[in-house]
Design a protein around this ligand. Structure first.
Ligand code: AHG
Ligand code: MN
Ligand code: MN
Ligand code: MN
Length: 325
């Protein structure tokens, strides 16, 4: 019987980022340490997602009006503590904090992290995959680190990623040089480097859709002769829907509609990181009218319409929206 080959030379996320960093002589190692803090947060949240029975936290709502679950609050505290104690962060924005968080002198670093500590939390009691989404800006030259450092277009982000908590924890990250996927190996506590036509939108909002939106999704369901209709897949957990779009292709959307003039998803810590990852993976992300990454946030919790996925699908959206602009 052949001996099972033991892999003894694994590429962890930390090693992969260090390899990447060695290519840049001026790199200080701060980004590697920041990503280690983010990894710690994800590992810690992953264990809590797996073990805790989740219920409502007494019907408290966050600034976006979302019902805050116990795990939203726990995940939020885990990330704030991990990022603050890394000493690499100056400014934080979290979905669960109404105001921006400025790290105190002595622990202040040169990065700004915007994050959704637990995405898809409305599904958590149904056992649906949830996740964490994060984006990183460098503090602007000469800035002491203020809210202005995060009210910038997503095209100034230097890192974006998400960690999806499912049967395993899958981290997908870009540092601006393509996209890499890592799976958490629980036995050693490290993220290890590991890699059809679908549309994904909440049809429950169809009653409120604008004409351009109606025409686009109708074109997918009733395509010209000879083309097959798209399949519909919608989980309602952005991390899970986007992860599936990356793996199988197609389109994920949360459009603006008559009920939500800018859609539902938050620009800083949901749309920007997912748009940055999509473009780095060779796709596109549009509001219908413009590149998501070129939008400039007015407020740390601004919402933004988003269509993301393969280039062809997104260009079909832009062509139809152009007709109605
Ligand atoms: P969060 O759980 O961080 O508040 O995000 C929920 C978002 C996103 O995960 C998902 O794409 C969207 O809400 C689903 O909204 P609908 O239930 O309105 O479809
Ligand atoms: Mn929420
Ligand atoms: Mn979210
Ligand atoms: Mn959330």
């Amino acid at each position: 019987m052949s001996e099972e080959k033991v892999t003894t030379d694994i590429i962890t996320l930390t090693r992969h980022v260090l390899d990447e960093q060695r290519k840049h002589k001026e790199a200080s190692g701060d980004l590697t340490l920041l990503l280690n803090a983010i990894q710690l947060g994800c590992k810690f949240v992953a264990t809590n997602v797996r073990k805790a029975r989740i219920g409502l936290a007494g019907g408290v709502h966050n600034i976006s009006g979302d019902e805050q679950k116990k795990l939203d609050v726990i995940s939020n505290e885990i990330f704030i503590n991990a990022l603050r104690s890394s000493g690499k962060v100056a400014v934080m924005v979290s979905e669960e904090n109404e105001d921006v968080i400025i790290v105190e002198e002595g622990l202040k670093g040169k990065y700004c992290v915007v994050f959704d500590p637990l995405d898809g939390s409305s599904n958590i009691d149904a056992g649906v995959n949830v996740g964490t989404i994060f984006g990183v800006y460098r503090v602007a030259e000469g800035s002491p680190g203020t809210v202005k450092d995060v009210l910038r277009p997503g095209n100034e982000m230097v890192v974006a990623g998400y960690c999806m908590y499912g049967s395993s924890a899958n981290m997908v990250i870009t540092v601006g040089n393509g996209v890499n996927g890592y799976t958490l190996d629980n036995s050693i506590g490290e993220f290890i480097l590991t890699h059809p036509n679908i549309y994904s939108v909440n049809e429950g909002n169809a009653k409120y859709w604008h004409e351009a939106c109606e025409e686009y999704f109708h074109s997918l369901k009733f395509p010209p002769e000879g083309k097959n209709p798209y399949s519909a897949r919608y989980i309602g957990s952005m991390v899970a829907d986007v992860h599936r779009t990356f793996l199988y292709g197609g389109m994920f959307a949360y459009p603006a509609d008559k009920k939500s003039k800018n859609g539902k998803l938050r620009l800083l810590y949901e749309c920007f990181p997912m748009a940055f990852l999509t473009e780095q993976a060779g796709g596109k992300a549009t509001t219908g009218y413009e590149r998501v990454l070129d939008v400039c946030p007015e407020d740390i919790h601004s919402r933004c319409p988003i269509f993301l996925g393969s280039k062809d699908d997104v260009e079909d959206v832009e062509r139809i929206y152009k007709k109605y602009s």
